[in-house]
Ligand binder design. Structure first.
Ligand SMILES: Nc1ncnc2c1ncn2[C@@H]1O[C@H](COP(=O)(O)OP(=O)(O)OP(=O)(O)O)[C@@H](O)[C@H]1O
Length: 301
């Protein structure tokens, strides 16, 4: 079942095409990710989905409804985790959930019951009465996710769910997001973290300058654009001559030369024989390589 369908979706701010004619669909129960550098248009695309930003042109359906005409009904069925943590500092952890429940018209008793369950799910039960300023970054992020779940949404929208968190805090959030998926929730998220996209997403689009460059599963995109493994060496005349003499294709990014390798061992061997053994690394190809191939830039440039 299609939860989101977008065709030639556009959003202009003045003359700037923040989202420049993108088409994609999200199926029920999948984790779908917008990946891309700063300013690519990821947040803007998500804002149109959760009905806080009107599209300029194109078609968009969420749960089969048009956000322009059915925003209230759509909002009732989704949860949003914004990029910035924004709990209300005047209330406790528990109150942040119960007060938020009022926006959805959830009766008090039911809201309190849900809040207790969600705090347990997000491992925050012992922080129930804690003031917000005493929470760590990871705890605040988990609270915002719990808050987004208060209306039991079918679709959860997360803008950079683990931004700024340490590895342990990120792992815990990934575990919770996977659990939500296993319960049938559909997740749409943005990230700059390639490892996050690789671990979590069923399908992703890579965006740049408002456009979708490619779409697919992380594994399929890596296979198609970056091969299985990458052999890297510092770019030197010695290495270049060696590769050219063997008719091996390569790319140069900054001071690094890269060879996309089916058989990385034999490439490494050839380079070693050419006398540059101390400079060679062999690694698994990643989504960063896909992005580099497509744009000639890294995601963080
Ligand atoms: N309200 C706005 N008014 C004017 N320009 C905007 C507005 N919101 C976003 N933009 C511009 O639209 C472009 C896309 O921004 P957007 O926030 O969607 O990118 P992003 O991919 O989410 O980036 P980030 O990873 O930094 O969150 C940027 O050039 C941004 O400056």
């Amino acid at each position: 079942m299609e939860i989101i369908a977008a065709h030639h979706l556009e959003k202009y701010f003045g003359t700037l095409a923040a989202v420049d004619g993108i088409s994609f669909s999200v199926q029920k129960g999948e984790i779908f990710c917008f990946l891309g550098p700063n300013g690519a248009g990821k947040t803007t695309a998500m804002k149109m989905i959760h009905c806080v930003s009107k599209r300029t042109r194109g078609d968009l359906l969420v749960f089969g409804m048009d956000p322009d005409t059915h925003s209230r009904m759509i909002k009732q069925r989704l949860g949003v985790v914004p990029q910035e943590n924004n709990p209300d500092p005047d209330f406790s952890v528990f109150q942040n959930l119960t007060i938020y429940a009022r926006y959805f018209g959830i009766p008090r008793e039911q809201a309190e019951e849900r809040a207790i369950g969600l705090l347990e799910f997000m491992q925050l039960s012992d922080k129930m009465d804690a003031p917000i300023e005493t929470l760590s970054g990871g705890m605040k992020r988990r609270l915002i996710i719990a808050r987004a779940l208060i209306n039991d949404p079918e679709l959860l929208i997360l803008d950079e769910p683990t931004i700024g968190l340490d590895p342990q805090a990120r792992h815990l959030i990934w575990e919770k997001l996977r659990h939500l998926k296993s319960l049938g929730c559909t997740l749409v998220m943005t990230t700059h973290y390639l490892d996050e996209a690789e671990r979590l997403c069923d399908r992703l689009v890579i965006m740049d300058s408002g456009k979708i460059l490619v779409e697919g599963s992380p594994a399929a995109l890596i296979r198609e654009y970056a091969g299985e493994e990458i052999v890297e060496a510092f770019s030197s005349q010695e290495v270049i001559s060696c590769l050219q003499s063997q008719d091996i294709g390569y790319d140069i990014f900054g001071d690094t030369i890269q060879v996309q390798a089916e058989d990385s061992r034999s490439i490494a061997h050839i380079l070693m024989q050419a006398g540059c053994s101390d400079r060679i690394t062999v690694r698994r190809a990643t989504l960063e390589d896909v992005f580099l191939k497509l744009t000639g830039r890294t995601l963080r440039e």
